[in-house]
Design a protein around this ligand. Structure first.
Ligand SMILES: [Zn+2]
Length: 444
């Protein structure tokens, strides 16, 4: 079988952290083999007008939360009241409904320039907690959905064992999130094997609330042995910190460190309410931090100490989490804009650093050799239309502060076209797919 050789040419491309003119990419199969700048278009090159960027990476997703978009924002409440609506949707999922809402959510991501997603997956059992005939039926529905949508997926299969730091059992609606023990979780995840084309398994500790210390250590040991990325929700809410301190005398970050959960293969999601010692601990261990600013503001979570984390040594990546918004440019600039609101100053994160969070750092967090236009990397990229009403007149070096998902015209993943001229190549009508998937679920 001959490996297909493909080539593309763009007016501008983001190479080595800055826009370069007349960029030409060549791929053999799914990998880039040549990246040239300042060269004319050659015969056979696919031509792009606009700015070629590495594929965007959405490192933290719960695909089914997409059903709650535009439906939970009118009343009051907080994270915990929103969670009740989310649990009602989770309760109604089966592999077919999960696949449908995930195809819809991931196709929206593809249209937004996303080429890889980290799916934090915990609805893996039947309602009430019995396993499906194939214990990984739900996870494999997500893998199948990502393939349909043309997005690479790291299935962050999540260990979720108890209802709170005090050791209370899972409540009725949480039971389907649980494997019963870390050993049973590991056995199920091991059955996923090494993944396949466009997908790989990863591990997750839901939170220090949901997994007791000994089980956290087991999950961390499993992730290190296989090896695979490890993610956990960390200090999204002050209540988690208070409960953890009361029960263990430690902050969630310190407890996770004690259980060998932190390290360069680990990503802490949110990391919103940290002490200075927590920041130092995450940085010193090289733990990545995944911020989800549009969800954090939607759920009134707070603003995490992003600049302090970078200074301490933690790479930042980004996720759309609840999918209140699916726009990685918005997530990226929010990291800087939220710091401005908090500090009264501008210039904490430069545009290149924000784009790196949306690309290379996310890819590293999910275990993919992608996120840069460089030889040897996966041929995952997207094109932004610099002539759109939003971007006309903008300096291409600062595009992350002005672009939106609607400015993405073309997306290529593994050398294959996923979006052409703003049209998904496989999902003919993404809006209709989303509407149908949401209509099948008990949304508020
Ligand atoms: Zn989450």
């Amino acid at each position: 079988v001959l490996t297909p050789i493909r080539s593309w040419h763009a007016e501008l491309g983001w190479v080595a952290g800055a826009p370069a003119a007349d960029v030409r990419l060549t791929a053999e199969g799914e990998r880039l083999v040549r990246v040239e700048t300042g060269v004319p278009r050659a015969e056979g090159d696919t031509r792009f007008r606009g700015l070629l960027l590495p594929g965007l990476v959405d490192a933290h997703s719960h695909a089914f939360h997409r059903a709650l978009r535009g439906r939970t924002h009118a009343g009051g409440g907080d994270f915990w009241t929103w969670r009740e609506a989310m649990y009602a949707v989770a309760d109604a999922l089966d592999p077919d409904r999960l696949r449908a809402v995930a195809v819809a959510a991931y196709a929206e991501m593809a249209l937004a320039g996303v080429t890889a997603v980290g799916e934090f997956h915990y609805v893996h059992h039947r309602p009430g907690g019995r396993p499906y005939a194939d214990p990984n039926a739900m996870g494999l529905a997500l893998v199948d959905a990502a393939a349909e949508a043309g997005v690479r997926i790291t299935l962050l299969d999540t260990c979720y064992l108890r209802g709170g730091v005090d050791g209370r059992p899972l409540d009725a609606r949480q039971r389907r999130f649980g494997d019963g023990s870390a050993g049973a979780w590991a056995e199920r995840v091991a059955a996923l094997g090494d993944g396949g084309t466009g997908w790989r398994p990863g591990a997750a500790v839901h939170s220090v609330r949901a997994v007791e210390p000994a089980a956290m250590a087991e999950v961390a040991a499993f992730a290190a042995a296989h090896p695979m990325p490890l993610h956990l929700h960390l200090s999204e809410q002050p209540a988690e910190n208070e409960d953890c301190l009361a029960a263990t005398g430690r902050t969630p970050a310190a407890l996770a460190a004690d259980c060998d959960v932190l390290g360069p293969s680990t990503t802490a999601v949110h990391a919103t309410h940290l002490t200075a010692a927590d920041v130092d601990l995450l940085g010193a261990t090289g733990t990545a931090v995944c911020l989800c600013p549009t969800t954090e503001r939607d759920l009134a979570d707070g603003i995490g100490p992003a600049a302090d984390l970078v200074a301490a040594g933690s790479p930042l990546c980004l996720g759309s989490d609840s999918h209140a918004v699916v726009d990685l440019f918005e997530e990226a600039r929010a990291v800087e804009l939220d710091e401005r609101l908090r500090t009264g100053r501008r210039g904490h994160h430069d545009p290149a650093a924000l784009l790196a969070a949306a690309t290379a750092s996310g890819a590293a967090s999910l275990g993919w050799d992608a996120g840069e236009l460089a030889p040897g990397r996966l041929a995952d990229f997207c094109v932004v239309d610099l002539s759109s009403p939003r971007l006309a007149g903008a300096d291409p070096a600062q595009v992350v502060f002005a672009a939106t998902a609607a400015d993405v015209t073309d997306v290529v993943q593994g050398g294959e076209p996923v979006v052409r001229d703003r049209q998904h190549v496989r999902v003919a009508d993404v809006g209709a797919a989303i509407r149908a998937a949401v209509a099948a679920l008990p949304v508020p």
